[in-house]
Design a protein around this ligand. Structure first.
Ligand code: FAD
Ligand code: SF4
Length: 337
């Protein structure tokens, strides 16, 4: 590992001053430390932001009719929080589908949003990779791409964003709140992660010097009774999604009033096609309508060889997630303690 400077400011201004100087924040460290040990990221300056948790950054509280999730709240604390379990069961299920209990105890909400791709070439400093070293090439296009994207790819990069939590946050219209030494701003979740395009080295629209302070969730009461997170992976735990689907329905009997559908494991960002959701409105909540929505969401999808199987898999997973949502959440069925 390369030598680096390390600071632990006690207040948020101290952290922001470090970030303005180019320091890299560390929260749970479950991704950043791995990347540093492998030599994939070599920040000369690291700022530990855990000491500022007490400044409200680790809280989960009601706000503006919805919820405010602190950036330093741990993934496990978020998933098991009564307000999240009762009002956002989709988010709770998505978080609990990720990683392992030990990792979720350590990982933070802010860090989860900024975890990096799991493309094997990105982690191997001995081979080219446009995301790690722009302009060197993308061996994944004709190489090991079983885990990689089928939507929104570019000539430069076909990586996926690996988070489960982010797929639910996208479906729930979350907003990311950030702060820097020059002020605060809000980023709608759909604009937070980006497609690779010509700049695959950039995962998000977060600017240098910006700290995620919290994630805001709008009220989602109408989706509480009918939501589901389906994750298809190589084994039942401790594996990243091949394809995942966060689905939520607002139903009037058997008729769809509103739908939310986001996919993970298929693109450089959580994938959502709002037009497909609008087309479901007023339709019967049945397999035929769900299959049409799946076709719409997957329009333009293409495989790269090893990941061709994701095309039918994603379609089936969308239909299955929506059918599971129709059957209702455990909470809605009265099965929650
Ligand atoms: C073996 C393994 C299996 C995993 N499986 C899954 C899985 O199935 N599903 C899944 O979703 N995830 C999975 N993960 C990833 C895990 O969820 C992430 O590593 C974790 O969420 C990152 O959070 P952290 O707090 O540890 O981030 P860190 O490692 O501390 O930081 C990650 C990045 O975020 C930046 N950062 C952190 N906090 C902030 C902030 N507040 N503002 C600005 N920048 C910030 C850091 O600078 C860094 O670039 C797995 C990880 C491992 C190691
Ligand atoms: S898909 Fe992206 S991360 Fe993977 S090798 Fe290509 S450029 Fe690198």
């Amino acid at each position: 590992m390369n030598p680096f400077a390390f600071t632990q400011p006690k207040d948020i201004d101290g952290v922001l001053a470090q970030l303005a100087e180019g320091a890299r924040p560390i929260a749970g460290g479950t991704n950043l430390l791995d990347l540093m040990k492998e030599g994939v990221m070599q920040p000369p300056q690291v700022v530990d932001i855990n000491a500022i948790a007490c400044a409200g950054l680790d809280g989960i509280e009601e706000a503006d009719g919805g919820l405010r999730l602190g950036a330093l709240a741990r993934n496990a604390d978020t998933a098991y929080h009564p307000l999240v379990r009762d009002r956002y069961p989709l988010l709770s299920s998505a978080i609990l589908a990720g990683a392992s209990p030990q990792l979720r105890n350590m990982a933070t909400n802010g860090g989860n949003l900024l975890q990096r791709t799991r493309c094997v070439y990105f982690y191997d400093v001995g081979v080219p990779c446009n995301k790690r070293e722009p302009g060197t090439g993308c061996p994944a296009k004709h190489g090991i791409n079983r885990q990689l994207a089928i939507l929104g790819t570019s000539e430069q990069c076909i990586a996926t964003h690996p988070s489960d939590m982010c797929v639910a946050l996208r479906a729930l219209d979350a907003v990311v709140h950030v702060r820097s030494s020059s002020g605060e701003r809000e980023i709608p979740f759909g604009e937070f992660h980006r497609l690779p395009g010509e700049r695959p080295e950039l995962d998000t629209t977060l600017q240098p010097g910006e700290l995620i302070t919290h994630i805001a969730l709008p009220d989602a009461a109408r989706f509480v009774a009918h939501s589901a997170y389906i994750k298809v992976r190589e084994r039942l735990s401790y594996a990243f999604a091949l394809v995942s689907v966060a689905a939520a329905l607002d139903l009037d009997g058997g008729t769809i009033r509103a739908a939310r559908i986001a996919l993970g494991g298929v693109a450089h960002k959580p994938w959502r096609v709002e037009e497909a959701e609008r087309e479901l409105e007023g339709k019967q909540a049945d397999e035929a309508a769900f299959a049409l929505a799946a076709e719409r969401i997957l329009q333009g999808a293409r495989g790269w060889g090893q990941n061709d199987f994701k095309l039918p898999l994603a379609k089936n997973a969308i239909v299955q997630a929506l059918q599971t949502a129709v059957r209702g959440t455990a909470y809605a069925r009265g099965e929650r303690e």
